[in-house]
Each structure stands twice: as structure tokens, then as C-alpha cells.
Design a protein around this ligand. Structure first.
Ligand SMILES: Cc1cc2nc3c(=O)[nH]c(=O)nc-3n(C[C@H](O)[C@H](O)[C@H](O)COP(=O)(O)OP(=O)(O)OC[C@H]3O[C@@H](n4cnc5c(N)ncnc54)[C@H](O)[C@@H]3O)c2cc1C
Ligand SMILES: NC(=O)c1ccc[n+]([C@@H]2O[C@H](COP(=O)([O-])OP(=O)(O)OC[C@H]3O[C@@H](n4cnc5c(N)ncnc54)[C@H](OP(=O)(O)O)[C@@H]3O)[C@@H](O)[C@H]2O)c1
Length: 462
């Protein structure tokens, strides 16, 4: 039989997850000189992963990556199979049977835990839930956020914390014409929050915001950015970090924080405080969060390797709402090994291994579930290209005598389970409906947040 990846024996590849890494993996396969047939599986009826359900609604330019993904979806080698959850509707073993190779690009859909008493009190939420809720992700549409309190605290100082802080700081008029979910806009309109604290366990030189995101806090209509000048004192190691040629980003962040420390924006209706060197040690409250106890920290270690160490002194904040924005975490999938410590699929250059480091034939990975939950949309492109290169190098080792059926076999299984797969043209019907529902509201789209409703729209339009 002809070599796999040729006209007479095409390479069948399943990709699991339609975020950036899934689409970039498809693009790399399409650009290879092989004859390929790609099925991109997505558990939701709607594609694009965190570009749709993570990127903040008031950052529409960052969603332009979707135009690139739509072009990829036009390629004749590409087929989208939405509304199909791998591990539930189709097993990993079934994918292995019907495809030569499987690339898992299913992101990091869970969260890291603080591991402190009171973490699960009512009023304590993960950033993942809040972001999913305001972005209309079906899993989070029914969540309730009680914004009737005056003080909200966000733990963590990465760009997700910045997104959550900005959404809480903006007025409804600043958000009205974005693609924010209608249910979130209604709740935010009634928000009583006046003080937001974004708390870092390390110092201002180690905050992980990018300067572009931080700068926006100085430009909000009713919310001032506040930093206590005393909090900007640096130890020697942090000074070395900021002077380092390679660290222009943190330098810029520190400059912005210094501007916030001298600005007069404290007079505004709302304030967003940036505070450092504090770790939450307990959330207290009778039936819900009322008070957060922090331990103050000092930094210990060499420049660029400093960690926070508690100094035994505590600090309290009364707050009715807490968001834990301390990083996402991958989920395990039945049939695949999982590195529980890092929350990723163990892999060597994108080729999945067992827990002893032995390569597993056919299985590859890219994106956040390969390397952990860091990096912007563009970071995933090179990452997916590297995984696809690894896969193509292994082609000679694939069994060319075995014919694969790909989607044809999968559709039979789905049919037997009464699962309705969503094609890319089905998605375009949902897309058009969202855009037309947004029009009278002056929004780019009104997202449809119910899976059942997505399916009804597809069925109705035939
Ligand atoms: C809140 C937030 C805001 C962000 N904002 C920006 C930004 O403004 N700019 C920027 O450049 N980067 C931003 N990022 C980072 C960027 O979103 C990520 O780098 C990128 O989305 C990671 O891509 P991925 O494909 O690995 O994962 P994801 O985008 O998470 O995609 C994974 C996909 O897999 C699907 N899936 C999961 N399990 C299964 C399964 N079992 N079967 C089928 N499908 C499955 C999921 O539904 C999802 O669609 C943001 C991240 C977050 C969390
Ligand atoms: N606009 C954008 O471009 C955009 C928007 C959103 C997200 N993103 C990207 O998406 C990725 C994920 O963002 P993220 O904000 O989730 O992660 P992140 O950048 O890794 O930030 C996580 C934050 O949580 C803190 N943290 C972790 N564990 C903690 C603990 N136990 N106690 C207290 N604090 C803790 C970290 O502090 P330490 O530094 O001390 O670990 C850090 O401040 C990033 O690469 C980000 O740039 C980009």
C-alpha cells in the first residue's frame, strides 16, 4: 500500500479542540506537502475556544484571529465536527481506530486552587467562571454573581485578573456595544461595587500584566487606578530585574504603577487598587465571604527567581466578592495519561508519552494542554507547527497497510448515539443569527449561550 500522506493513502488526522492551537495545527497540516484529511472536533456547537469565550468583550481587535481561522476552515482538507465531546460522545480509543494520528488541543478548562480555608464559600469564584459567564460560554450561563457588595477582591496579577478588574470597573455604557453576554450586562448594570483590589503575592516588579492591558486602568471613565506609593519600594533583586535589558515589559508596567501612585484619580466614583506582597490565607464569613485574611510577604531568591515568603504579619480586607485569578489548569481525558502536577498531557516535543516518558504512537498535543496555561493567541501558532512537524517526521513509522475511515466512521457512531454533529456551515447559521440579534442592540453579536438553542437554529434553517 502507498505511503500514508499520499493521494492513494491520505493521512487522516483528528484534532480535538477548536481554539487557536487546533486551528493552527490544521493550518500546518494543510500547508504540508502531504495529502491530508482533517477532522477538527469541538465539544461546543461553536468554534474558536478562548478567542470567543476568553478574550474580553471590550477587546474586539484581539478577536480578529477568527478571520484567519475562517480561512483555514475553507480548505477542502478541513472538516469541522462541533457539538461532539471526545471522551463522552467518541472515545480516545475510537479516534485511534479511525485516524492515523490524533492531536489533542483541548486547552486548560479548569483552575488552580488556592488551598485555603473558606475557598469554597459563596461569593468566592474562579476567574474562569466569571469570564465564561460574561462571555456567554454555555457552561457558565447560569452562574450567579452577587454584585450588591461595595468591595471585590481579585487574587492574582496576570492579564486575566486585569480583564476581570476592568469589566468590574467599567460602566454599562462602556460595555454596551461589545459582544458581552446580555445576561451579564443586565447584572453589571445593577453593580454596587465601588472598590476593587487586585492583589499580588509578589511585588510590583513581578506583576504579570502586560503594559497595554494595565494602561487601560488609567483611562476608565468612572474608575481611578490607585497604588500606595509605599508599595512601590523595591528590594535589590527587583531593581536588578527592572534594569535588565530583556525586561522592558516589566519596566513599563512599573512605570505605569508609579503613575497611578501619583494620580488624582482617587476622587472617581470607583477605585481599582493594585496591592502587592500579600497572600490570602483564609476567607471568612458566616454563609458567604465577608472578610479576607492575607499574610504579608517578602521576596526571597535571586533576581528573576524570587518567591514570596510570609512574614507572619496579617492584613484584613472586608469584601463580599472574591475572584481567584491564579491560572488555568488542564483536565485529564479518559484513555490518555495525565501529568497531574502540571495539569498537561505528558509529551516530548508535542508527542504524547506515558508517565514513564515512553512515546505513545498516534497521539500528539499542542497549545495550553501541551505546555500549560500561558501565552497569547499567537504563541500557539509556533507551538502547533512544532507538533505537526513532529507528527510528520513520524509518518514513516505509521502503519501504511491499515486503511482509516475518519469522519465516515465517526458519523455512524454519532448517529447511533443520537448526537447531532455541527458542521462549519451549521456554525455559520448560528453566527448569522447572533449577528442579526446583535444589530438592534448596536452590538457586534448577541451570543447564543444555550446549546439546545444553537441546535434549534441549525435545525430550523434546514
Ligand atoms: C480569560 C482569557 C483572556 C484571554 N485574552 C487574550 C487576549 O486578549 N489576547 C491573546 O492573545 N490571548 C488571550 N488569551 C490567551 C489565549 O486565549 C490562549 O493562548 C489560547 O486560547 C489557548 O489556545 P488553545 O487552543 O490551547 O485552548 P482553547 O482556546 O481553550 O481551546 C480549547 C478548545 O477545546 C475544546 N475542548 C475541550 N475539551 C474538549 C473535548 N473533550 N472534546 C472536544 N473539544 C474539547 C474547548 O471547548 C475549546 O474550544 C486569553 C486567555 C484567557 C483565559
Ligand atoms: N490581553 C491579553 O493579551 C491577555 C488577556 C488574558 C490572558 N492572557 C494570557 O493568558 C495567559 C494566562 O493568564 P493568567 O492571568 O491566567 O495567568 P498568569 O499570567 O500566569 O498570572 C497568574 C497570576 O496568579 C498568581 N498566582 C498564581 N498562584 C498563586 C497563588 N497560589 N496565590 C496567589 N497568587 C497566585 C501569579 O503570581 P506569581 O507571578 O507569583 O506566580 C500571577 O500573578 C497569560 O499568558 C496571559 O498573558 C492574555
Amino acid at each position: 500500500m502507498a505511503q500514508v500522506g499520499t493521494e492513494h493513502n491520505p493521512l487522516y488526522v483528528a484534532i480535538v479542540g477548536s481554539g487557536p492551537s487546533g486551528f493552527y495545527a490544521a493550518e500546518a497540516l494543510i500547508r504540508s506537502e502531504r495529502t491530508v484529511k482533517i477532522d477538527l472536533f469541538e465539544r461546543l456547537p461553536v468554534p474558536f475556544g478562548l478567542v470567543r469565550s476568553g478574550v474580553a468583550p471590550d477587546h474586539p481587535k484581539l478577536k480578529q484571529a477568527i478571520q484567519v481561522y475562517e480561512k483555514i476552515a475553507e480548505a477542502p482538507q478541513f472538516n469541522f465536527i462541533g457539538n461532539v465531546s471526545i471522551g463522552r460522545d467518541i472515545s480516545v480509543e475510537e479516534l485511534a481506530r479511525h485516524y492515523h494520528a490524533v492531536i489533542f488541543t483541548c486547552g486548560a478548562e479548569s483552575d488552580r486552587k488556592l488551598g485555603i480555608p473558606g475557598e469554597n464559600l459563596a461569593g468566592s469564584h474562579t476567574a474562569t467562571e466569571f469570564v465564561g459567564w460574561y462571555n456567554g460560554h454555555p457552561d457558565y450561563r447560569d452562574r450567579h454573581f452577587d454584585l450588591s457588595h461595595e468591595t471585590a477582591v481579585i487574587i492574582g496579577q496576570g492579564n486575566v485578573a486585569a480583564d476581570v478588574g476592568r469589566i468590574l470597573s467599567k460602566t454599562v455604557d462602556e460595555l454596551r456595544h461589545t459582544d458581552i453576554a446580555g445576561h451579564a450586562l443586565e447584572v453589571l448594570a445593577e453593580s454596587k461595587i465601588r472598590r476593587i483590589y487586585i492583589v499580588g503575592r509578589r511585588g510590583p516588579a513581578q506583576a504579570k500584566f502586560t503594559s497595554k492591558e494595565l494602561k487601560e486602568f488609567g483611562e476608565l471613565s468612572v474608575c481611578g487606578a490607585v497604588v500606595e506609593p509605599a508599595e512601590l519600594q523595591l528590594n535589590d533583586a527587583s531593581r536588578i530585574e527592572l534594569e535588565d535589558k530583556t525586561n522592558a515589559g516589566s519596566r513599563k508596567v512599573f512605570e505605569l504603577l508609579s503613575e497611578f501612585a501619583t494620580s488624582t484619580s482617587r476622587d472617581k466614583q470607583r477605585q481599582c487598587h493594585f496591592t502587592f506582597l500579600k497572600s490570602p490565607v483564609e476567607l471568612q464569613g458566616r454563609s458567604r465571604v465577608e472578610k479576607i485574611i492575607f499574610e504579608k510577604n517578602r521576596l526571597q531568591g535571586e533576581p528573576f527567581n524570587q518567591s514570596a515568603v510570609g512574614i507572619g504579619e496579617t492584613f484584613e480586607l472586608e469584601a463580599g466578592l472574591l475572584f481567584r485569578s491564579i491560572g488555568y489548569r488542564g483536565k485529564s481525558l479518559t484513555g490518555l495519561p495525565f501529568d497531574d502536577k502540571r495539569g498537561v498531557f505528558p509529551n516530548r516535543d508535542g508527542h504524547i508519552t506515558d508517565t514513564q516518558g515512553q512515546l505513545l504512537p498516534q497521539f500528539y498535543t499542542a497549545g495550553w494542554i501541551k505546555r500549560g496555561p500561558t501565552g497569547i493567541i499567537g504563541t500557539n501558532r509556533a507551538d502547533s507547527v512544532a507538533t505537526v512537524e513532529c507528527l510528520l517526521q513520524d509518518l514513516a513509522r505509521l502503519d501504511s497497510s491499515e486503511t482509516k475511515q475518519g469522519a465516515a466512521a465517526v458519523y455512524v457512531i454519532l448517529n447511533s448515539k443520537k448526537v447531532r454533529p455541527i458542521s462549519f456551515s451549521d456554525w455559520k447559521k448560528i453566527d448569522n443569527e447572533e449577528i442579526s440579534r446583535g444589530q438592534p442592540l448596536g452590538k457586534p453579536r448577541e451570543k447564543i449561550t444555550s446549546i439546545q438553542e444553537c441546535l434549534r437554529i441549525v435545525e430550523k434553517s434546514g
